[in-house]
Ligand binder design. Sequence first.
Ligand code: NAP
Length: 437
Amino acid sequence: MPDIAIVGSGPAGYYAAEAAQKRWGDAARIDIIDRLPVPYGLIRSGVAPDHQSIKAVSRRYETTALSGDIRFCGNIEIGRDITIADLTACYDAVVLATGAPSDRPLALPGDTSGNVFGSAAFVGWYNGHPDFALLDPDLSSGTAVVIGMGNVALDVARILAKTRDEFAGSDIVGHAFDRLSTSALDRIVILGRRGPHQIMMTPKELGELGHLARAIPRVDPDDLPPLADDAALEPGIRKSVTQLRAFAQNHDREEPGRVPIDFVFYAAPHAIVAGEDGTIAAIDVEQTRMVDGAPVGTGIVRRIPAALLVSCIGYRTAPIPDVPFDDRAGRFANVDGFIQPGLYCVGWARRGPSGTIGTNRPDGYAVIERIATDLESGDWPARSGRAGFDALVQARGLDTVSFDDWKRIETAETGRARTDSPREKFVVVGDMIAARS
Ligand code: NAP
């Protein structure tokens, strides 16, 4: 029976563990290793804090975590504490489920200006990821520009627009709750380089913008293609475009105290303009026109004042030393999850940042089937197994956090929650570790 290491405890990691447990039963030894002392990856620190029903999928991962011979080994960073060569010498198969935690760079003149963030950092800030707890965005005035027409852009715009009361029931962390509650941003712009028919936003998430207490989503009717053209769209995107058409009814609506969320189409980011203090003051955008589905610049540039910019243009996997990397695609170089003998990848680390959480389930099952086929058909050199890994951990003085430890951390987070919130997350690794005892 195989010893399997899964690196990363987000959806892709837990679905792969579930698949391995189903494939080999309780005899397989499965270790899920994470650099943080807490599990669930993107469910904890990517899914929006006001989408608790989506986050509830972690209960399924807990069932997996508590079944068979599956361990959680938190607080171990592969590539720093333990190398890939160490891991592949121990385990029959190593599965990288490390997701895509880094922002695709905007790569614009002026992109190092103050109050300019990528979505990994900004979402990590309001979700309490320890890497971004100190981000300190300034929300004290002016316009927030959100670049991108995907669901992450929608999450960011919605979170920026919500009132204090609208965070009831969410697990937004205290530092973000306080800052957002006193936000004085007076406009939010969502910027797309293509048109309404090319958005990546899903209808349910788009519809949420229409039900916010103080925000008015607005679309310029002149940007909408003729209604008859919607018939050729896939049903999902057609519903989203129908939603945009409803927002066009608001296009000239202004109400005191309410914050417009303006969709600006056919506008490619061109340059970020900083003020004298080095903080963003505006973004220059170049008007585009569509040629064969691609945005082509027209040379017409206009300036949109901006006090905050969050770029939501996609993510990249973080490279790990000695693991082949496809730099253009921003993920591990692989064929159907196979990287090299003994080393595999799954989820966003395999295919890039696309699909829903559920998309990772068939991914996990497919890579485990591939591993089973490889183990059954090839030479299977003797490895030191889980015992070898434990010996390494001990020899290097590493302090692993177990699933039982995590449950104690979780109890502490639940115990310190605000009224109307399920938990107050620890945002410092040392505080997480201290809370396990
Ligand atoms: P996404 O859906 O791929 O959207 C990225 C957006 O960025 C696109 O509109 C893209 O425009 C734009 N973009 C890329 N490069 C750009 C550039 N250089 N300048 C201007 N715009 C640029 O990515 P995402 O929003 O990060 O979402 C990632 C995945 O997570 C998706 O599968 C998404 O559905 C999922 N997600 C789901 C939920 C949910 O279900 N509630 C929430 C969050 C995320 P072009 O199309 O023109 O390239």
